[in-house]
Design a protein around this ligand. Structure first.
Ligand code: NAP
Length: 263
């Protein structure tokens, strides 16, 4: 897909390290010719991000906590100074208290419910509103990351399932609001990926192995595969896809039961 994102510029939010889904997307976008800017959260992650950003020719990294409006203001002002328009934004951000990603959903606390949905769901609306003026001239694409725990019960995913269900609904509403300005809004739903955020969900290793062994393609998706889907959605090849959820899970979602050989 070399060159399909030539002359496109985008902001990638959520690279914690080289295993992050956002990093897989950033690399694929870079290989397709895009110019990139990044956000990170906190100085430790900033130091980790810098060499990665440099490796894809980016010198723009800015500290953003999506629950802090002031940090979002500073980041989007700086971005608008660098680039008067952007073509895409990748939102790959989620958080929930680790202690509630284990055990019963019934025990979800009000505080963690609010915080999980603030970081993992509301932030997409907030960044979409801030990206809108930078996209309104030429159109653009907003992408977020979701997981099938939104529609089906995945043990220990708990409140994140509710956050992702709301995120998927938000994707459809944002697509409808922003469509008249030529801005498309889509969600990618990968199967399990070994990342920092993925690792804190109780039983993550078993969930990963189960999906890997039972998916029709008998493999979980690589970062490259997720990145390729993002490039397609951002590129002109995806020009008439909006409000959509695209699964990149080796077909796992079609199963009614595990493969016979694994029973
Ligand atoms: P990751 O590498 O840990 O990335 C998660 C990112 O969210 C990190 O960069 C983290 O920053 C950031 N973040 C958390 N709270 C934040 C806040 N308040 N403000 C700004 N950034 C914040 O994990 P990942 O698996 O790639 O996650 C990316 C997205 O993919 C998430 O939406 C996740 O739910 C989704 N997803 C993951 C899987 C999977 O199996 N891993 C499957 C489907 C979908 P810090 O590290 O600095 O906190």
């Amino acid at each position: 897909m070399s060159g399909v994102l030539q002359n496109k510029r985008g902001l990638v939010m959520g690279v914690a390290n080289e295993r992050s889904i956002a990093w897989g997307i950033a690399k694929a976008c870079h290989e397709a010719g895009a110019e990139l800017a990044f956000t990170y959260q906190g100085n430790v992650f900033g130091r980790r991000l810098d060499p990665l950003a440099h490796s894809v020719g980016s010198d723009f990294t800015v500290d953003v906590d999506v629950t802090d409006d002031a940090s979002l203001d500073i980041a989007f002002e700086a971005l608008a100074k660098k680039w008067p328009t952007i073509d895409f934004l990748v939102h790959a951000i989620a958080f929930s208290d680790k202690s509630e990603l284990n055990g019963r959903f019934l025990d979800t606390t009000r505080a963690n419910f609010k915080h999980s949905l603030d970081v993992s769901t509301y932030s997409f609306i907030e960044v979409a509103r801030r990206a809108h003026p930078l996209m309104v001239e030429r159109g653009g694409t907003l992408l977020t990351l979701t997981y099938q725990g939104s529609m089906r019960v995945v043990p220990n995913y708990n409140v994140m399932g509710v956050a992702k269900a709301a995120l998927e609904a938000a994707t459809r509403y944002l697509a409808n609001d922003l469509g008249p300005d030529g801005i498309r809004v889509n969600a990618i739903s990968p199967g399990p990926v070994k990342t920092l955020a993925g690792a804190v969900i109780g039983g993550a290793r078993k969930t990963y192995k189960y999906a890997d062994q039972n998916a029709p393609l008998r493999s979980n998706a690589s970062l490259e595969a997720i990145g390729g889907t993002a490039v397609y959605l951002i590129s002109d090849a995806g020009a008439f896809t909006t409000g959509e959820l695209i699964r990149v899970d080796g077909g796992f979602h079609v199963l009614g039961m595990p493969q016979i050989e694994n029973l």
